[in-house]
Design a binder for this molecule. Structure first.
Ligand code: B1M
Length: 221
């Protein structure tokens, strides 16, 4: 693999966003994900290769470390920030259709629920896994999820809930989506959600963490 991609991957894994970012201390003053992604494109490395060989593997390492409790939310956010700084150089290629993503993933925190830290982490990791993410935000009504599915046929859908009270709205959204789009695949997650609950409300998959969601989607393509 090209040396630039190895360096880029490492920067994302360690959360080294750009040259000015002070973390990690032993990489101070060195180029970060921002500069290296630009250099890789300028060198003629394709956006696909940058994503598949550097960014996605780095985020998979981060996701697995987080699942194994070897790193925590701040490190994961730093990795996601580094990933985003590289992605900004690749996005124009993806948006122009020159390079394809694995598919679309719609995500939102269900109606009545304003918690978005976990949902954002899941969205970042899935984007880092090579998917186009349509983030509907927080307090997302069933109607808004249905409209997003109408606008993005075949997209996977992810619901997050952090409150025992708003988990009930997850059930309502799953039923409505099932009725209108029976073939759609629905993932659920959030602190109070369990596999039992997922099965009870008829969703397709429950993951306690972002990497589980990335792995599930990976198995679906
Ligand atoms: Co709230 N809050 N909060 N809160 N809050 C909790 C959830 C609570 C457990 C605190 C407590 O009482 N100990 C409690 C819920 C109790 C319950 O229902 N069982 C609670 C409460 C009661 C409330 C209010 C009702 C408080 C009040 O106003 N009286 C209120 C509700 C507002 C509303 O939503 N309508 C409220 C408000 C808030 C803030 C706005 C202040 C803030 C949210 C800020 C924000 O998100 N932008 C907040 C916060 C920060 C928390 C705690 C402290 C932290 C939540 C968090 O971000 N965790 C939380 C207590 C706690 O958890 N220690 C608490 C970190 C995050 C990375 O984890 O979101 O679980 P998490 O996401 C994980 C996984 O669950 C998973 O991946 C993530 C990474 O591992 N995951 C998915 C999440 N979504 C997924 C989707 C997937 C797959 C995996 O597939 C689609």
């Amino acid at each position: 693999m090209d040396d630039l991609l190895i360096k880029l991957s490492r920067c994302v894994e360690l959360g080294k966003t750009d040259k000015s970012s002070p973390y990690p201390p032993d990489m101070k003053g060195q180029d970060g994900a921002d500069e290296l992604a630009r250099q890789a494109l300028d060198k003629g490395i394709t956006p696909d290769s940058i994503l598949e060989e550097a960014l996605i593997p780095a985020m998979a390492i981060v996701g697995n470390k987080f699942s194994n409790k070897e790193i925590y939310v701040p490190q994961m956010l730093m990795a996601a920030k580094a990933m985003n700084s590289a992605m900004k150089h690749l996005k124009p290629y993806f948006q122009s259709g020159e390079t394809r993503r694995k598919g679309k993933f719609i995500i939102g925190t269900v109606s009545g629920d304003l918690h978005d830290i976990g949902k954002n982490l899941v969205a970042m990791m899935i984007e880092g896994g090579g998917w186009e993410v349509i983030d509907l935000g927080v307090d997302v009504s069933t109607e808004k999820f249905l409209k997003a599915l109408e606008d993005n046929p075949g997209a996977f859908i992810g619901l997050s809930a952090l409150l025992t009270t708003t988990m009930e709205n997850m059930k309502k959204t799953v039923s409505a989506v099932r009725e209108k789009y029976p073939a759609s695949k629905i993932l659920v997650g959030g602190a109070p959600v369990t596999m039992d609950y997922c099965q009870k409300i008829g969703a397709d998959f429950y993951s306690p963490d972002p990497q589980g969601a990335v792995n599930y989607l990976g198995r679906m393509v």
